[in-house]
Design a protein around this ligand. Structure first.
Ligand code: GUN
Ligand code: ZN
Length: 426
């Protein structure tokens, strides 16, 4: 058992931030020996219950749940900042050529190692990640994640049409490979598999049907894809699937909308789509830096809430421009403010932070497992320095409320704030 004394941030069941200015976080094994949060709260109240437990003094710093990135492409680590005239040219000119290099397992391994080091440097302790269409890219990511003890989800991309040589896969073999990877990796240590059709335009109906059959057979495996990101993409999907009610409806028709199904973007949806997301339990991975960079549009937080659909925040690197959860939360705030294509609103700092931690975990079906520091949660957390830069020190010293403190970190923070990322208590 080990304890940490610091300011402490966590969330209650009503999504509200709970803050202890002088807090104590106690970490130790649960009944199965798994390192979990044993207690979290006010130092003076709790300390008497833990005589003899060593306490690391981190006063002046803030302990918070590790961030959860709901949608990121590890093979696009080197694609960040590639300019293009929107999504489809960006895929063709930069993304597919880069991803073709992941046929080489040594390349996949090198990028995966860099990617995880970068996630942890930024305080991201769990991610749902695309690999590429090459099975070796999945093995590389899982091996590197396992070596670091991470709770981590990925899967082989399915794309058997409208894709160039080097990334296009073969329908039948792609489904055989997917099932073999599920059996090899899903549930090993803290790893999980996600069935990963890239997006409807690059899969044949036969491949989507096969993906849906695997999703029915393996009910606790995740599903991840993209939907309704860009107007040209939406038009293309409608041409390719003329019988579907909508682009989202394509996924529904093939059995790919259910709990643990995570769809990046969800910008150009209509009310019936949002109702279908809510009804089926499928959730959105909101990717604001990517949507701003590629000029895709603005996620409608109010419409999503009104429909009751789940969502959380994501970097979507390499369409996204940063691994930093602070940058993503700030971009989500700006996207929420946008009031020309939809009603503008001001997300509170507590809402933004929740959407990138406990809210993202809930959307992934991992509530009470990661993304929070309530007793029983796995012991993944970050130590943040509110004085990391001169401007942050100045600004946070003037904070008169938790909202002001969190907003200063969201607006001014980046990797310099992250002193330490702790995985499974170490
Ligand atoms: N749609 C299909 N593939 C991709 C991708 O790699 N990134 C983004 N942002 N959208 C996609
Ligand atoms: Zn993406």
């Amino acid at each position: 058992m080990k304890a940490y004394r610091a300011a402490l941030l966590r969330f209650d069941d009503d999504q509200r931030p709970v803050y202890d200015a002088d807090g104590l976080l106690v970490v130790g094994p649960d009944a199965n020996g798994k390192p979990v949060v044993r207690a979290a709260g006010d130092h003076a109240t709790l300390i008497g219950n833990y005589p003899g437990v060593s306490v690391e003094d981190l006063r002046g710093q803030l302990i918070a749940p590790g961030f959860v990135d709901m949608h990121v492409h590890y093979p696009q680590t080197d694609v960040i900042g590639a300019p293009a005239a929107g999504l489809l040219p960006w895929l063709e000119n930069y993304t597919f050529p880069h991803e073709s290099r992941f046929a080489d397992p040594a390349h996949a391994r090198e990028v995966a190692a860099f990617f995880f080091d970068e996630l942890l440097r930024h305080g991201v302790t769990t991610a749902l990640t695309f690999a590429t269409s090459h099975p070796a890219s999945v093995d590389a990511a899982f091996e590197e994640a396992r070596a670091r003890g991470l709770r981590f989800i990925t899967g082989k991309v399915l794309q058997d049409r409208h894709s160039p040589d080097g990334v296009r896969d073969e329908t039948e073999q792609s489904l055989i490979d997917t099932e073999a990877l599920i059996q090899r990796w899903h549930g090993v240590d803290r790893l999980g598999y996600a069935i990963t059709p890239r997006f409807a335009p690059t899969s044949t109906p036969v491949q989507l049907r096969g993906a849906g059959e695997l999703a029915a057979k393996y009910g606790d495996v995740w599903i991840q894809s993209h939907v309704a990101e860009n107007r040209d993409e939406v038009r293309w999907a409608a041409e390719l699937f003329p019988d579907a009610r909508s682009y989202l409806g394509v996924y529904g028709d093939f059995g790919l909308l259910r709990e643990r199904a995570v769809y990046a973007h969800c910008i150009h949806l209509d009310a019936a789509d949002r109702a279908q997301m809510a009804r089926t339990g499928a959730v959105a991975a909101v990717s604001p830096t990517s949507n701003l960079f590629l000029g895709s549009g603005f996620f409608d937080f109010a419409a999503a809430d009104a429909a009751g659909m789940g969502y959380g925040l994501a970097s979507d690197v390499g369409g996204g421009t940063s691994f930093s959860p602070f940058h993503t939360m700030l971009a989500a705030y700006c996207v929420g403010r946008e009031g020309h294509t939809k009603p503008g609103l001001s997300l509170t700092p507590g809402q933004l932070w929740w959407q990138h931690t406990a809210g993202a975990a809930r959307a992934l079906g991992l509530e009470g497992v990661v993304g929070n520091l309530q007793p029983g949660c796995e012991a993944d957390f970050v130590v943040l320095n509110p004085q990391a830069t001169p401007l942050l020190a100045r600004k946070t010293s003037q904070a008169n409320s938790l909202d002001e403190l969190l907003f200063a970190l969201i607006v001014l923070g980046d990797d310099r704030v992250v002193v330490r990322s702790v995985i499974a208590g170490s």
